[in-house]
Design a protein around this ligand. Sequence first.
Ligand SMILES: Nc1ncnc2c1ncn2[C@@H]1O[C@H](COP(=O)(O)OP(=O)(O)OP(=O)(O)O)[C@@H](O)[C@H]1O
Ligand SMILES: O=C(O)C1=C[C@@H](O)[C@@H](O)[C@H](O)C1
Ligand SMILES: [Mg+2]
Length: 165
Amino acid sequence: MGAGKSTIGRLLAQELSSTFIDSDKVIEERSGADIPWIFDVEGEAGFREREMAVISELTQLNDCVLATGGGVVLRPENRECLQNRGVVVYLQTSIEQQLERTARDRNRPLLQTANPEEVLRKLLEQRDPLYKSCADIIIRTDKRHPRAVIQEILRQLKQLSKQPS
Ligand SMILES: Nc1ncnc2c1ncn2[C@@H]1O[C@H](COP(=O)(O)OP(=O)(O)OP(=O)(O)O)[C@@H](O)[C@H]1O
Ligand SMILES: O=C(O)C1=C[C@@H](O)[C@@H](O)[C@H](O)C1
Ligand SMILES: [Mg+2]
C-alpha cells in the first residue's frame, strides 16, 4: 500500500500507449461499492474472493498495464495468473514512505488501526517473499519521483526483451 502501483501504472501505460487498468477500481465498479464497504460487510475474505475473480479475468487481456491491490500475491492462483500472463514489477518501498504516502487518504481498511506502522511491518514480512517469488523486475521507489521510477521500469523492460528466452 502506497508503493505507487496506481500512480506509476497509469503513467507507465501513457508512456507505452497502452490501456491502464486498476484491479481495485474494477472490483469497486463490479460490486457497486467502495473497498472500505466491502471489507466492512464481507470481510477481507469477501474482498479476496472478488479480487481473485477480477484478476483471473483481467490477466486474460493483452497490451495493458495492470495495477493490482497490495494483497494480490496472497492467493497462489493470482500469482500464477500474473506470472503466466505478464511482466510483473514489484515496487519496493520503505514503511516510512508507505506511512507518509497513505496518511492523507482513508481508503485502505487494513490501515485504519491505532498502529498502521506495525500492520505494515507484518504485511511486509508476510508478503515480501511472495512479491519476490513472482516479480520479473524489482524497483526501489523511496524518494524517487514517479517519472524516475518509470524510466527505470522502461530500462529494465528493454533489458528483459533483449534476453534470449
Ligand atoms: N514515487 C513516488 N513519490 C512520491 N509520491 C508517490 C510516489 N508514488 C506514489 N506516490 C503518492 O503516494 C500515494 C499512494 O500512491 P498509490 O495510490 O499509487 O499507491 P498504491 O500502491 O496504488 O496503493 P494501494 O496498494 O493501496 O492501491 C499517492 O498520493 C501518490 O501520489
Ligand atoms: O494491501 C492490501 O491488502 C490492500 C491494498 C489495496 O490496494 C486494496 O486492494 C485493499 O485495501 C487491500
Ligand atoms: Mg492502488
